[in-house]
Design a protein around this ligand. Sequence first.
Ligand code: NAP
Length: 258
Amino acid sequence: MDLGIAGRRALVCAGSKGLGRGCAEALAREGVHVTITARGKEALEATAAAIRAAGGKIATVAGDITTPEGRAAALAACRDPDILINNAGGPPPGEFRDWTIEDWMKALNANMLTAIELIKATIDPMIARKWGRIVNITSGSVKAPIPILGLSNGARTGLTGFCAGLARQVAKDGISVNGLLPGPFDTDRLRSSMAFEAKKLGRPVEEVAKERAAHNPSRRFGTAEEFGAACAFLCSVHAGYITGQNLLMDGGAINSSI
Ligand code: NAP
C-alpha cells in the first residue's frame, strides 16, 4: 500500500534507538524526509547512516528534547514538520511515597509537557497547510496502569487527556492526533528493565526474558519494526479519519473486550 506521504517532513523525537528508530525507519522507507533527535551523538549518527544506506532522507539533531534548548534545536533543524512523533525516555519505577514534587515535575516535563510544547510549536503551520499527523508514543500503562510506574501512568495519562480534546479541535483542519501505546517491545529499555529484575531475583536474565515473553498471549515481545509500521500507517493519507485514538500494541497482553 502506498501510504501517500512521500516528500512530507517528519520530526521523530528520541529516534536513535528502539521505538523511535522504528518509526523513523518506517517513515523514511515511505519517502518522508525525517529528522531524528537523541542526546547521544554516536547512536544518532549510526541510525542516520543506516537509514541513509537504505535510501532514506534523514537529518539528525543531538540534544535533550525535554529541555527548551533541545526543542529549539530540533525545531530549527525541522521547521514546520508535517508529521510530529513525540517520544522521550520513560520515568523510573518506584514507590509513590518516595516521590518528591521535583520527581513529579521531571516526569510531567518529559512525558507530558515536552510533547505539548512541541505540538504548540508545530500545529499552527499544520492548520495553515490543512494537513498534519501527530503521534504520541506513550505506553500501555495509559489503559492499564502499572503501579510501580506511577510517574509514567500519571504523566502519560495527562498527555492523553490533553490530546483527546485537541484532536477534536483540529480534526477539521486535516490533522490527526493519536497515541501509540507499546506493551513489551524488544528494545534497550525493556532489556535493561529485565536485567534489573533478574539481578533483584538472582536469576539469569535470559530466563526472566523467556518467562516474560511466555506470559504474553503472542508468546513474544514486539519489534521496533512492527511499531514503526503502525506509526507510519497512522501518519498516512489513509488514516486521516482516525483521530483522538489510543492504539494499543501489546500482543494482546491487556485483557479487555475493547
Ligand atoms: P530505548 O530503546 O531505550 O530508546 C530510547 C530512545 O530515546 C533513544 O534513542 C534515546 O537516545 C532517546 N532519548 C531518551 N531520552 C531522551 C531525551 N531526553 N531527549 C532526546 N532523546 C532521548 O526506549 P524505547 O523502548 O524505544 O522506549 C521509548 C518510549 O516508549 C519510552 O518512553 C518508554 O518508556 C516507552 N515504552 C517502551 C516500552 C517497551 O517495551 N520498549 C513499553 C512501554 C513504554 P539517548 O539516550 O541518546 O538520548
